[in-house]
Design a protein around this ligand. Structure first.
Ligand code: FE2
Length: 207
């Protein structure tokens, strides 16, 4: 029997790699801020939340912003490109035995992480809340993109992963002994400029 499977409305996560070592000034800033962290639910987070604005971070923040524009262009195919800017940028530190609780990033448009220290088997886990909230659950004999309640995206040091901020995600508990804690530099991005179509009364200026 011939069947056409028509896939509707997928969600996109994009994974890049920085493809360079950090400059000394960049690792100096990260290592400095790693000295000042506070407890999160299952791991640790930097007190600083504007790390991309610090002296020495200009190249890294610019390189990652280029990836955010690639995400925007690929996903939205918009007639106009707004200006994207970082709202917050901060460090997450997860040791062996710890985890990062499930959450999404409110008051943000795009979110992502640069993975400063990752090891074999590390991942970020995304949650399909629409599937998780369904009344009927059929334990799968095979996990596919149609029945997935979660999806693991593997990460390695130097990767940059970007997604829409409303997408829920977490880091499963790190079970193995590690050389280093898992360290990510997370960021939230918002937009400014003109969006929408004024002639259709959907125009909006965000300053
Ligand atoms: Fe997050």
């Amino acid at each position: 029997m011939k069947v056409d499977v028509i896939e509707l409305f997928p969600t996109v996560v994009m994974s890049f790699n920085l493809n360079r070592d950090l400059y000394q000034s960049e690792s100096d800033v990260i290592n400095k801020e790693l000295q000042n962290t506070g407890r999160n639910e299952g791991n640790w987070t930097s007190i600083a939340d504007q790390i991309f604005e610090e002296d020495g971070m200009q190249s890294l923040s610019a390189d990652i912003m280029k990836m955010a524009y690639l995400y925007f262009d690929h996903v939205f195919k918009s007639k106009n490109t707004p200006e994207l800017y970082y709202v917050h940028s901060w460090l997450n530190v997860t040791h062996s035995g710890e985890f990062h609780h499930a959450h999404c990033h409110t008051n943000s448009f795009l979110s992502g992480c640069y993975y400063y220290k990752a090891e074999e088997g590390d991942c970020v886990r995304f949650h399909n809340l629409a599937e998780q909230n369904k009344m009927l659950y059929f334990p799968p004999k095979e996990n596919t993109k149609y029945n997935a309640r979660t999806r693991l995206v593997p990460i390695k040091s130097g990767d940059v992963v970007i997604w829409k901020s409303e997408l829920h995600h977490d880091v499963p508990r790190l079970e193995k002994e590690r050389q280093s804690p898992r360290i990510s530099l997370a960021f939230n991005i918002f937009l400014k400029g003109n969006i929408g179509e004024p002639e259709l009364r959907t125009g909006l200026h965000i300053g």
